[in-house]
Every structure is written in C-alpha cells, then in structure tokens.
Design a protein around this ligand. Structure first.
Ligand code: CP
Length: 333
C-alpha cells in the first residue's frame, strides 16, 4: 500500500453521526477503507499507522460485530486497545458516565469507541473529552454511523463487481440514483437512521416500509418515501436493507405476533423471488432467522451479510485512522 494523503477537513474529527459528514468526508471514509482492504490480504495484517495511540472500547450495550471489528481494526493499525468490561467495572458501584470517561481519558487515551443505550451519549462524551476523539458505535435509536459506512462500502463493492470492475476511486457514483428499500423495525433502528442519512447523502433514492407501529414518528419529515405495497416496492428495488426485530426494545409488542410480522413484512422466500436478479440484500446483523429474514434468503448469494461483517474491519480502520490522524501523516504502509 502506498502512502495515501488525506483531505485536511476530514481528519481529526469525532465520528458521531453521518449527518455531521460532508459528501467529501463520506467518500474519504469509503476510499480510505478501500486502501485498508489491501492490509487485510497480507500475511502479516498490520500497519504502524496508529502506533503509540491508545483506543478505549466502552460498550455499555451488547455487541459482537461492532466491538470485535473496532478492536481488531485498532490492533491492525498497531494502536493499543483498552477494553472496559462494563459489567465488572466501577460503573456497577454507581460511577457516572462522566466520571468513567474522564477517568479513562486521564490515562492518556486517544480515542473512545462507545456504544450506549441512551441516544446522544457519545455526543455528551465528546463534550467532556479534552483531547480524545469519540467514535459512536451505536447510541439508542439514534445513530450507528460506522454500520452505515459498512453498508454503503459493501453495496458499492458488490455493484462494482457486477459491473466487472473495482470500486476503488468510484466515490459514490455507483450509489447515485439507486433505489434503496429499508424494511422492518425502523422505529427502533439507529441503523436505519444512519443508512438514510448516508444513502441520501450519496444520492440514492430511499423508501421505507414497515407496519404503522414500527414506522418512526413524523416520517414525513424524513427524506424518504413511505411505501405500503411491499411486494411492488421489492420488484423495483436495487438494494433492500432488512432490519432486525429488536426484542430488547420491545419490538414484538408493536405487532400482533412475530409470525404475522413475518408473513406481512418479512423477507421470506416468496418475497425474495420478487427481487430482480441483480438486487442486493443487506442486514446489519445479528439476524433473527425465520423472523425478519428466512434462512434461505440469509444464505442467498444476493445477501451481503457476511461481506458486511468482513468489511467492518477495514471500514473501522478508516474511521479510527481519520479520527486520529493529521493531514500530513497520511497512511503509512
Ligand atoms: N450490527 C451491529 O451493530 O451488530 P452488533 O450489535 O453485534 O455490534
């Protein structure tokens, strides 16, 4: 990998929400992630880019993909990683979020990767930090910016492959004008909110479809079309984003039964057959097979879920690198 200069107005910022990003910043994240994919293919998958930096991983809510891929990404960049086990930390003795993060910053960390059940917690933490950069790993129903970056990166890569080329250097041109359909529990979904911001910024045309109880309040204020005929919308879609029914947020009580939700809004085998042959399906994971997506669809070649997980590492390498670098540093390979 050759040295890659980065744009000065994109680096050194917290990553809290896609809505904070300019189109240049969005593209920079995609292109830097592309450069880091090369590291993934090496026998020694490590670069010295963030040597000497310390990244703290603070997950106040459960996670498999986001936590492990952020920590792997930091290690691939040669950063040191502090992982707070919240369940056995002084949070359990009543230490506040502010005291917890200020204590960790006092140890000389450079970045905080935080997931929290309260919307806005990463923004508040960013206000308390003197010098550390904050990366939002998911806050309540509000935002999951790196998941949206992964989804766009993966879709861009898949469309490029369909066209027999690589996505490197394509910016958002492969996403412009694409019809994106987001289905399922949109009300409780931080992924949907970040996807909508990201796809709209990239020039895609976004529709949402859900039972009335699982639509967000005030969808008319969102830059999306609310569709009622799911089958017709699937036949038109280029990209379908299937969302998880979030049992931990009580999604099941917003529908008559999970079986009825599956029959009316699930990505079943019958509905997958309505899709065009080149349509793409994403799911942020974890999937609840048999509820929002059938096992056959989850394992279909058009379903990008495993590629989304693999791309989590280079995309989060890009996010950490851009948050912690200065323009003159570039990527050193
Ligand atoms: N997509 C996602 O955020 O997964 P985890 O909850 O496993 O991190």
């Amino acid at each position: 990998m050759s040295d890659l200069p980065v744009k000065s107005d994109v680096v050194g910022q917290h990553l809290l929400s896609i809505s904070d990003l300019t189109i240049d910043a969005l593209i920079e994240h995609l292109e830097v992630a592309e450069a880091f994919c090369e590291v993934e293919r090496r026998s020694v998958r490590k670069v010295p880019t963030l040597k000497g930096k310390v990244v703290a991983s603070l997950f106040f809510e459960e996670s498999t993909r986001t936590r492990l891929s952020f920590e792997t990404a930091a290690k691939r960049l040669s950063a040191d990683v502090l992982s707070l086990a919240v369940a056995s930390s002084s949070v359990k003795k009543g230490e506040s979020l502010r005291d917890t993060v200020e204590t960790i910053e006092a140890m000389g960390i450079d970045a905080v990767v935080i997931r929290h059940s309260s919307a806005g917690a990463p923004h508040q933490v960013a206000r308390w930090m003197d010098r550390a950069r904050v990366l939002n790993a998911g806050d309540g129903w509000h935002a999951h910016p790196t998941q949206a970056l992964i989804d766009l990166f993966t879709v861009r890569q898949a469309i490029a492959a369909q066209e027999g080329r690589t996505s490197e250097g394509t910016g958002v041109s492969l996403l412009e004008g694409r019809r994106v359909l987001i289905i399922g529990d949109i009300r409780h979904s931080r992924v949907a909110r970040s996807q909508i911001d990201a796809y709209v910024l990239a020039g895609a045309d976004v529709s949402i479809c859900a039972p009335g109880t699982l639509l967000p309040t005030g969808p008319a204020d969102w830059p999306v079309t609310v569709v009622e005929d799911l089958d017709a919308a699937l036949a038109e879609a280029d990209i379908v984003s299937v969302l998880r029914m979030q049992e931990e947020r009580g999604s099941g009580s917003f529908v008559p039964s999970l079986a009825e939700f599956t029959a009316t809004y699930g990505m079943t085998d019958r509905r997958a057959a309505l899709l065009r042959g080149d349509a793409l399906i994403t799911h942020p994971g974890p999937m609840v097979r048999g509820v929002e997506i059938s096992s056959m669809v989850a394992d279909d070649d058009r379903c990008l879920v495993r590629r989304q997980v693999s791309n989590g590492v280079p995309v989060r390498m890009a996010a950490l690198f851009l948050a912690l670098s200065t323009p003159e540093e570039g990527i050193r390979g």
